[in-house]
Ligand binder design. Structure first.
Ligand code: ATP
Length: 302
């Protein structure tokens, strides 16, 4: 089977024990392990795929707790390193009554920001590049997928965020942005095709724009279109985008021909939408990521 290696941060979100309050009003907080790349890794594993996480945690109780969560969920943690000096990243996050998310990060710097090139577990990267690692699917080869996961408070300025995020564009094969990120990166308030196409590069194999309850749009060099999502009772959208990406990557490493075959790609995105939709039906990210039977059930309307 193919291997997905997810690279980036894993952290603990602290979320208020009651909903609809500001961070200052919150009477207490619960630990919610997360970080988009870690959520993606767990999404892949829960759907039955092989996944490893590459990143750095603090050599502290929270860091060891997070590594154990990866292992307990079937994610290979051999790419996790621990920083002796810096703490595991924390983020206090709330969905206020007005629907806006409010973040407060404790990363000054946190361990995840201190991973050095020398600490990268290149064996994992070599495994993806091996014939075994990419599953030998049609049109195989290692793929680089990128999700900017914009968090403006982490950047010195909006201009810097835009410039740094776009600097990855030419290196990636697959890019997934949300509707909000599309608007931010293009400086528009539109998710129309002609706006999304501004983020297209000839080096890309697939550009995806997620649209929340409306599903997603896809762009390749040969075709583009949209795939509707499923109707669910939304409780908390945290992790929906990560479930979507995990579902997509787990499938695509098994059969890359979906990148050239629109019918196959649409079927795959239907699956990714279902996984995103399910994730919105429960609180938190990791607890609500679906397994394969939950995804199938939603897709078959059972
Ligand atoms: P987040 O940052 O909240 O993890 P995101 O903004 O990256 O998510 P969304 O567009 O919110 O991503 O959601 C990803 C996918 O999940 C959507 O493309 C859609 O398929 C599915 N989804 C999200 N919300 C809903 C919903 N309310 N109903 C049905 N499907 C949904």
């Amino acid at each position: 089977a193919g291997l997905v290696v997810s690279f980036g941060e894993m952290l603990i979100d602290f979320v208020p024990t009651v909903s609809g309050v500001s961070l200052a009003e919150a009477p207490g907080f619960l630990k919610a392990p997360g970080g988009a790349p870690a959520n993606v890794a767990i999404a892949v594993a829960r759907l039955g795929g092989r996944c490893a996480f590459l990143g750095k945690l603090g050599d502290d109780e929270f860091g060891r707790m997070l590594a154990a969560i990866l292992r307990d969920n079937g994610v290979d943690d051999s790419g996790v390193t621990f920083d002796a000096g810096a703490r595991t990243a924390l983020a206090f996050v709330t969905l206020r009554a007005d629907g806006e998310r409010e973040f407060m990060f404790y990363r000054n710097p946190s361990a995840d920001m201190l991973l050095t090139e020398a600490e990268l577990n290149l064996d994992l990267v070599r495994k993806i590049c091996s014939p075994e690692g990419h599953g030998g699917g049609e049109g195989g080869g290692a793929l680089l997928s990128y999700d900017p996961n914009l968090r403006l408070p982490l950047w010195p300025s909006a201009a810097e965020a835009r410039e740094q995020i776009l600097s990855i564009w030419d290196a990636a094969d697959i890019i997934k942005v949300s509707d909000v990120e599309l608007e931010f990166l293009t400086g528009t308030d539109s998710v129309e095709d002609e706006v999304a196409m501004r983020l297209w590069r000839p080096s890309l194999k697939l550009l995806l724009v997620t649209l929340g309850e409306k599903g997603c749009k896809y762009y390749t060099k040969d075709f583009h279109g949209s795939v509707e999502s499923f109707t669910v009772k939304q409780v908390d959208t945290t992790g929906a985008g990560d479930a979507f990406v995990g579902a997509l990557l787990g499938k695509i490493i098994e059969d890359q021909s979906a990148l050239q075959d629109e019918k196959k790609l649409r079927e795959l995105l239907r699956f990714a939408n279902a996984c995103g939709a399910i994730t919105t039906t429960k609180k938190g990210a990791i607890p609500s990521l679906p397994n394969i039977s939950e995804a199938m059930q939603l897709m078959e309307g059972a």
